[in-house]
Design a protein around this ligand. Structure first.
Ligand code: G3H
Length: 250
């Protein structure tokens, strides 16, 4: 089964100025982008709606987080229903920065994923191991446990709206990209896990994208790995090379 290549740009807490936003929007609106690639950009909350209104229609937008309740006294949070009502189709959940800096457990990520799907959002679900976990041979175990928490609360049908982003923590923002073999091996392990834990059909159809220091120099080699179905790009998504990454399979 062929899976549509997916490239996400996670802007994180960037950019800061109107001029930088304009430059980024102009870049994406004017570039030649491979029409066969699904492109999703994820700005900070404040910029979600304005960006959606000016970005070319084939580029979708994603929130970088949401809560698992629909409404109520949860100061500082935003609900999946509010995102849906605002016309935002995707949300990133379980990013390692949220797991580490904001103490989100896999169980919380699972609750958020279930709530986002219930609001008809699609989810970019991030998983990945630390350097210590990789060096002690725990990569498959860690990724499987992070996914198992989500498997436990979803139905098989829910997986059609999930893109899994494998992001080794040691490769995020460090300039240390996983080798194409490391990425391919882990993606294949994740697919094998899905096959057993959910179903072979879900394992075949779910896109597993790689994130961690992807740039224009390494994206082509990563993109030809059979189980790498795209990228979640951080730092380079703020730069002109994001266009090269989107077009990496051309
Ligand atoms: O969500 C994106 C990842 O955290 C990767 O970030 O490309 O800056 O390493 P990076």
């Amino acid at each position: 089964m062929s899976r549509q290549f997916f490239v996400g740009g996670n802007f994180k807490m960037n950019p800061n100025t109107v001029a930088e936003k304009r430059a980024l929007t102009d870049l994406l609106n004017q570039a030649h982008l491979d029409p066969s690639v699904e492109v999703v950009v994820s700005p900070p909350f404040l910029w979600l709606i304005p960006l959606k209104e000016i970005i070319r229609p084939e580029i979708k937008v994603a929130a970088q987080n949401c809560y698992f309740k629909d409404s109520g006294a949860f100061t500082g949070e935003i609900s999946p229903l509010q995102l849906k009502d605002a016309g935002i189709p995707y949300v990133i959940l379980g990013h390692s920065e949220r797991r580490t800096l904001f103490h989100e457990t896999s169980e919380v990520v699972a609750l958020k994923t279930k709530a986002a799907l219930a609001a008809s959002l699609s989810v970019i679900l991030c998983i990945g191991e630390t350097l210590e976990q990789r060096e002690t041979g725990q990569t498959t175990k860690v990724c499987s446990e992070q996914l198992q928490a989500v498997v436990d609360v979803l139905t098989e049908a829910d997986w059609s709206k999930i893109v899994i982003a494998y992001e080794p923590v040691w490769a995020i923002g460090t300039g240390k990209v996983a080798t194409s073999k490391q990425a391919q091996d882990t993606h294949a392990d994740v697919r094998a896990f899905l096959s057993k834990a959910v179903s072979p059909a879900v394992a075949q159809s779910t896109r597993i994208i790689y994130g961690g220091s992807v740039n224009k120099g390494n994206c082509k080699e990563l993109s030809v790995q059979p189980d790498v179905d795209g990228f979640l790009v951080g730092g380079a998504s703020l730069k002109p090379e994001f266009v090269d990454i989107i077009n990496s399979t051309l």
